[in-house]
Design a protein. Structure first.
Lengths: 480, 458
């Protein structure tokens, strides 16, 4: 019963928010996100004892049920969703948006969709939430985004929609393999999929994988991503990069790896190669960017590709690393976007060539930027290190005959990541002082938001055990 | 059975109402009440029909089954919704308002015959009763040349396709010595199929493809839908088309179901062509009304899937699809008709001026595009499910999904115009509270259909 609250609270407050005018919408969104976080923390806590489930009949004709399941992976991602949305709401307290009621309403609706995606254990329900999470983001980007927002968002929408339709075909095909077609539950789909002949699994794999690859995004399906991140309002970019791309990876772990084992085994080297191309390619492009938002967008492609590569490495430590890194990457990228939005607000530009001297004029801001950026490149004692270390270890101990080559080439991502991140720090925090449009350091609400991020960065970097324990069981189950 | 008699009587009553009642509003009110009564009669028929034994009527001419009655009820419900949404606009089309309603009653009579026919002759009569009133409705805006053109074009093409239908029936009679569709199924065998029968089946397929505007027999559709008064286009493109589909499916499942290996590929190619032509051409339209005409071709492609699948799941699919598509299209048309400018630019800035209108239009377009939680998604889902279950046409399923992705482009252009572009759309008349209430009800129906589709199944 508690699981349905995770979807209902943001859904209902989101709908309510459309009717609220002015600052009331902000307050409503903040309170709603705090309550949702509290519930998701409770669910994660309960998970150390036993997974939480909820089932109710939905469409008996199809055998589809409204069934939710929060195991280690799901509850961790719900917790991440709760934290990220709350931080966004806290940081946005002093921001002015046109029509705040609609803006926060759409934000909360997308949170409801995301929660649904992470919790659904029925294939049809999963698909419904997968689409529902997208619609509010479409409106958010098209209404409140940058100059080129309409064509860019349209491209993003059509891209992901094509992917989802492919997935729909795959899911229908899978559900047809269940005797009597009476169920869409995860366990039945998994059983039916695993029993399929290897040839069928091989083509079915692509129907599902293309949808997930577009979402993550994996080279060559990534072209929507930098434009969309750049044009979307920063609050939405956070939702996109910290949470929505995780939908793709989560879907791979939940609805692909266990469902089509033979197909995955056949194609995993291909996917790892695509991912590694993505790492090197995106890192190289990130190095020559001058717009911070685009730089982070490309670095995000590299990080997601690394996680995808490890997910297909068939090693326990890699799988466990993917789980941990999904959480850590969500936290770190949120922190970076928050810093970028503060910089943009104070200097009026995101162009690195026009920035500089932050450490002199706004020291607190500079310290926060440095800490979060270092966590993003995986410095020891930050949370990024724990995840990235496990990912590389997993790639290295993978079952593929080329695992060493994979490891070596993917490893260049660490160096390239350090290059562009340190370059960014140097150009924004140090160097000649440039004129600020609004000359002040971080405000109180920004302090709180950044403090939450940094304390998580340090805490999980020093003591990652709670996170590791939460996801150990499910990682083992997927690899097996 | 009662419904067939009731709709005929009501049609006659409406014709006379035009003589005695001169106030247009009263005529519309009378019509709305009669349609509500007709819905009641349909529900009465449905409740009192025995579940298992089909009822044979008029020397085996009609065979009333449970799903025929259910389909009739759903379609009458859609017609009532259409009258309530569009009643005022129908009044504005021309002088003889009562006749228009009478013609719609006669169309429903044809639809009831098409859902219950047990004999090729009744199929023919049903199609004629369904079509002839439409020719008149298409030309009802007499001062408009495009309307007259639409009427003539529709009439010529309709007559032509009816000829082909008759030819097909004749050939089939020659091969099977019966007009009865149940007996025909027993006489025709797949492994020793008479070439006459095969030719007959293909002729009938082509004739029915004309009626449901499947490519390459779709050429009349855009001109007719564009030229006809918008109030009647909304009806022709939805309920009428759904009725033709039901007839199509009934014949190809009952009579030719066992022969599917002979006609399956032809129909699959027609389906693919329909999806391609409808979706790709819709992208290039500048007028929303014309776009909706092509979109109706595209949606017909999806409904053909139900005919192709021809299994038990296909019946569920055709119910959900017919209702979801009809409600959403009638909804979009009822918003479109309020605008002066039918181009995409005419929608610019509608969200600022009439937020509710823009919101409901968005939901209707979501439904047409097949976004989850709307009826359109469940409709597409049930249809695809039926085909995948049938098992041979996975390539067509994937092709159809790619086409559905294209459809997002032209449906969302309207949403972009309404929400993200600036402009001041000109309305024909003020939107009254009654209009808003009806639109909200329609919108809720679309959502209910998307969340609890089982409510619309037997």
């Amino acid at each position: 019963m508690v699981l349905i609250l995770l979807i209902l609270i943001p859904l209902l407050t989101g709908i309510l928010s459309f009717a609220v005018k002015g600052d009331g919408a902000k307050a409503l969104a903040l309170v709603s996100s705090m309550v949702t976080l509290a519930v998701s923390a409770y669910v994660s806590g309960a998970n150390y004892i036993a997974p939480v489930t909820f089932t109710h009949s939905w469409i008996p004709v199809l055998g589809s049920q409204f069934s939710l399941l929060a195991d280690g992976m799901s509850s961790m991602l719900c917790l991440l969703t709760g934290i990220v949305v709350m931080v966004v709401m806290i940081v946005n307290v002093n921001k002015e948006a046109e029509k705040p009621g609609a803006f926060y309403g759409f934000m909360l609706l997308s949170q409801a969709g995301l929660m649904g995606v992470f919790l659904a254990s029925d294939a049809l329900l999963f698909y419904v939430f997968w689409e529902i999470a997208l619609i509010p983001v479409y409106f958010l980007c098209s209404r409140w985004g940058g100059e080129k927002r309409i064509p860019v968002t349209f491209k993003f929408f059509i891209y992901t929609f094509v992917g989802s339709l492919m997935m729909l075909a795959g899911l229908i095909y899978l559900s047809m393999q269940i005797p009597l077609h009476t169920s869409y539950s995860w366990s039945d789909i998994t059983r039916a999929g695993a029993a399929l002949p290897a040839e069928t699994q091989r083509w079915l794999f692509w129907l599902l994988f293309i949808a997930f690859a577009i979402k993550m995004p994996i080279f060559p399906f990534h072209t929507w991503q930098p434009d969309t991140y750049e044009q979307a309002p920063t609050a939405v970019t956070i939702i996109l990069s910290a949470l929505m791309v995780k939908m793709g990876l989560y879907a791979v772990l939940r609805w692909l790896l266990p469902v089509l084992p033979a197909g995955v085994a056949y194609w995993s080297d291909t996917v790892v190669v695509l991912s590694i191309i993505g790492i090197v390619y995106a890192s190289c492009i990130a190095m020559v960017q001058t717009d911070i938002k685009r730089l982070i967008a490309y670095s995000s492609i590299a990080h997601m590709s690394l996680m995808c590569a490890a997910a297909f490495s068939h090693s326990y430590i890699g799988m466990h690393g993917v789980m941990v890194q999904m959480f850590n990457h969500g936290i770190n990228i949120t922190g970076i976007w928050v810093m970028v939005s503060i910089i943009e607000n104070r200097w009026g530009t995101r162009d690195m060539t026009k920035l500089g001297g932050m450490a002199t004029v706004a020291p607190a801001m500079a310290i926060a930027l440095v800490v979060i950026s270092l966590a993003n490149i995986g410095l020891p004692l930050t949370n990024g290190f724990v995840g990235e270390f496990m990912l590389y270890l997993g790639l290295f101990s993978g079952t593929s005959p080329w695992h060493i080559a994979f490891m070596v080439v993917a490893g260049s991502g660490v160096i390239l990541g350090a290059v562009y991140t340190l370059n960014m720090i140097q150009k924004t925090a140090y160097g000649a002082v440039t004129k600020m449009v609004i000359a002040k350091d971080m405000s109180a609400n920004e302090y709180i938001g950044v403090a939450i991020i940094i304390s998580l960065v340090i805490f999980l970097g020093v003591y990652p055990k709670p996170l590791l324990d939460l996801t150990a069981g499910i990682a083992g189950m997927i690899v097996k | 059975m009662n419904a067939i008699i009731a709709t005929t009587v009501f049609g006659v009553i409406m014709m006379f109402a035009g003589i005695w009642v001169s106030n247009k509003n009263s005529i519309t009110a009378i019509a709305a009440i009669l349609f509500a009564v007709l819905l009641g009669v349909n529900i009465w028929d449905l409740v009192h029909a025995s579940d298992n034994a089909p009822q044979l009527l008029f020397s085996n001419m009609l065979r009333i089954e449970h799903n025929s009655l259910w389909f009739n009820t759903l379609m009458t419900g859609c017609t009532l919704l259409y009258i309530l949404l569009m009643g005022k606009e129908i009044q504005k089309v021309g002088l003889h308002v009562a006749e228009y309603f009478a013609l719609i009653f006669f169309i429903l009579c044809g639809l009831y015959l098409l859902s219950t026919y047990n004999n090729m002759l009744m199929l023919f009569i049903g199609i004629e009763i369904l079509s002839i009133p439409q020719y008149i409705l298409a030309g009802s805006d007499k001062r408009n040349l495009k309307s007259s053109e639409a009427s003539l074009k529709y009439f010529l093409m309709g007559a032509f396709s009816t000829g082909i239908l008759l030819m097909g029936i004749t050939l089939l009679y020659g091969a099977s010595r019966t007009f009865n569709i149940m007996e025909m199924a027993g006489v025709l065998h797949s492994d020793s199929l008479n070439p006459l029968a095969l030719a007959g089946i293909i002729f009938i397929m082509i004739a029915l493809s004309f009626k449901v505007s499947a490519a390459p027999m779709h050429m009349w559709t855009p001109d007719v839908y564009d030229g006809s008064p918008t109030a009647f286009t909304a009806f022709m493109a939805t309920v009428v088309k759904a009725g033709a589909f039901f007839a199509f499916m009934r014949l190809f499942q009952v009579s030719f179901g066992n022969l599917s290996n002979h006609w399956m590929l032809v129909l699959a190619i027609i389906t693919a062509a329909t999806l391609l032509v409808g979706n790709v051409t819709a992208v290039f339209q500048q007028s929303v009304k014309r776009m909706l005409a092509y979109s109706s071709i595209a949606q017909a492609g999806f409904m053909l899937f139900a005919v192709l699948a021809g299994n038990a799941a296909a019946w569920n699919a055709i119910f959900i699809y017919a209702v979801a598509y009809s409600i959403a299209t009638i909804g979009v048309f009822s918003v479109l008709i309020k605008l002066k400018d039918y181009t995409y630019d005419g929608f610019n800035g509608l969200a600022k001026k009439e937020p509710l209108l823009a919101f409901v239009t968005t939901i209707f377009l979501f439904s047409l595009a097949g976004i989850p939680l709307t009826g359109g998604f469940m409709a597409k889902y049930f249809v695809l499910l039926a085909v995948v279950q049938q098992g041979q046409l996975m390539w067509l399923v994937i092709f159809a999904l790619l086409m559905a992705a294209i459809s997002v482009y032209y449906y969302f252009r309207v949403i972009i115009a309404m929400y993200f572009k600036t402009g001041t759309p000109e309305l024909n008349s003020a939107v009254t509270a009654g209009d808003k209430l009806m639109l909200v009800i329609t919108c809720i129906l679309v959502l209910v259909l998307g969340i609890f589709p089982q409510l619309f199944l037997i």
